[in-house]
Design a binder for this molecule. Structure first.
Ligand code: SF4
Length: 460
């Protein structure tokens, strides 16, 4: 028996209507690192060694030149050097794994590369009209004000963020913790933790033991891949002994930036021990990584994610950052999400808007642009793997971009409310009715809005 097609249907059976985004699977690819003059003789065994990757990270112009040989024009190095001297909020630290995913076929291609744009920013990338928003600040999320003990941010009622160390195996130009993470740069003298690491971690555990309302700990930094495994395992193991802790999330961009770390035998064996203990105690452990572009998802990244899932952890999820010039189109976001989900078993979870830190204006998008992107990516991915684009509103926390309580498009000010108190507002009767502000980049505003900010800046 045949079923008659609906008379209004114009696509024949087996064909679908044309779509704004055309889904297709794209096999992952590990680009050949031997195309870089400095790595011509690097063997696969060396490439897949975490020690080799760490020892050969690019940390300065001299090392970059040594890898690139004559691939780039001198003008690029001058542009990079000026940025390092005058603008950069993060020092340079680029594992070979990440550099290898960039297109270095010409200087122009390197300039245009999405991963280069956020991992190796140059002076000419940045805005010259408003390089920083006038209200941009170090620690723009005010995390340190909400520390319950040094490095333990208690911002939401039931969850905390434990910054267990201030370093990463890679430094991202847009890092929201630029205040604390990494080495000082000419523009930013970094703050330092003052309490010795074992005492600090001990104080965090004590706080969690005496705060039964907290059930969820994001173990972060920095990047947990930079903590020697025995110390990380001991900290997480202690967390698993605390009755009220039901969710542990380990934050590691290195799952993508240095997947070789997560493929090491001792790390896999240790994670297996933690996953087994978590299972016995009914606790969920997951890894949260940070991938911003589809090209970063290579076979080694997929292997590392698989290796971690094989240890018995609950999930590997991605929290990317929405960045202009990197992933600010529906195609880029859907390509990234499908590469993660289909090819690496990583669940696309959040996309954060870039925070209002100094010199980040060229990366930031306006809230209305983020809303349009959220709309454009709905309906292609399974609901559980459709990333939510969120704005981390100072003093509020993550809000979905469609949640502002008001929005002045002319001045680029969105207004947000919150439904919980931090310790800062324990006795503040207005905390839950106050409207908190977030600001669009000024260059995205209509002329009258730009004029308003210029006048305000002059008056200040
Ligand atoms: S990995 Fe995370 S914490 Fe480290 S520099 Fe990048 S954004 Fe910052």
């Amino acid at each position: 028996m045949t079923t008659a097609l609906h008379p209004d249907r114009d696509a024949p059976p087996g064909e679908t209507a044309p779509q704004p985004y055309a889904y297709r699977r794209r096999p992952l690819e590990e680009p050949d690192w031997r195309r870089f003059p400095g790595w011509r003789d690097v063997t696969r065994q060396e490439w897949e060694s975490a020690q080799w990757q760490r020892a050969n990270c690019v940390k300065n112009l001299r090392q970059l030149r040594r890898v690139m040989g004559d691939l780039l024009d001198e003008s690029f190095y001058a542009d990079l050097e000026r940025d390092q001297a005058e603008r950069a909020t993060m020092s340079m630290l680029l594992p070979p794994q990440m550099l290898n995913t960039m297109d270095a076929s010409s200087t122009a291609a390197f300039y245009a590369d999405p991963v280069r744009r956020y991992m190796l920013p140059v002076f000419s990338d940045r805005r010259t009209d408003w390089p920083s928003h006038p209200l941009a600040s170090r620690d723009s999320l005010h995390e340190a004000e909400m520390w319950a003990v040094e490095g333990l941010t208690h911002r939401y009622p039931t969850k905390v963020l434990a910054e267990i160390l201030p370093t990463c195996p890679q430094y991202c130009g847009h890092c929201t913790r630029m205040d604390l993470v990494g080495n000082s740069t000419p523009s930013v003298d970094k703050h330092r933790f003052t309490i010795k690491p074992p005492d600090r971690l001990g104080a965090m555990l004590d706080y969690l033991r005496r705060t039964p309302g907290v059930r969820d700990v994001v173990v972060s930094g920095g990047d947990v891949a930079n903590m020697p495994w025995p110390r990380l395992e001991s900290f997480v193991d202690s967390l698993l002994d605390i009755d009220n802790i039901r969710d542990v999330r380990l934050a590691s961009k290195a799952l993508m930036g240095l997947p070789q770390h997560w493929l090491q035998d001792d790390v896999r064996a240790g994670m297996e021990r933690l996953a087994a203990k978590a299972r016995r105690r009914g606790v969920q452990i997951a890894i949260h990584t940070h991938v911003n572009a589809a090209q970063s998802v290579t076979p080694l990244v997929a292997r590392a994610a698989r290796a971690m899932l094989d240890t018995g952890i609950r999930d590997v999820r991605n929290q990317g950052v929405l960045l202009r010039g990197v992933n600010d189109t529906p195609e880029a976001l859907l390509d990234l999400s499908f590469a993660l989900l289909d090819e690496a078993e990583i669940v696309p979870y959040y996309l954060y808007m870039c925070d209002m830190i100094p010199y980040s204006e060229h990366w930031r998008l306006a809230v209305w642009e983020a809303q349009e992107l959220q709309h454009a990516i709905m309906g292609y991915l399974p609901g559980f793997a459709t990333p939510r684009i969120v704005c981390d509103v100072p003093y509020v926390g993550k809000r979905w971009v469609h949640q502002p309580a008001g929005y002045d498009r002319e001045r680029g000010i969105s207004y947000w409310t919150k439904n919980y108190r931090t310790a800062l507002e324990a006795s503040d009767p207005d905390a839950l009715t106050r409207r908190y502000e977030y600001h669009d980049p000024i260059y995205t505003l209509p002329e009258r809005g730009r004029e308003w900010w210029r006048e305000r800046a002059e008056a200040a």
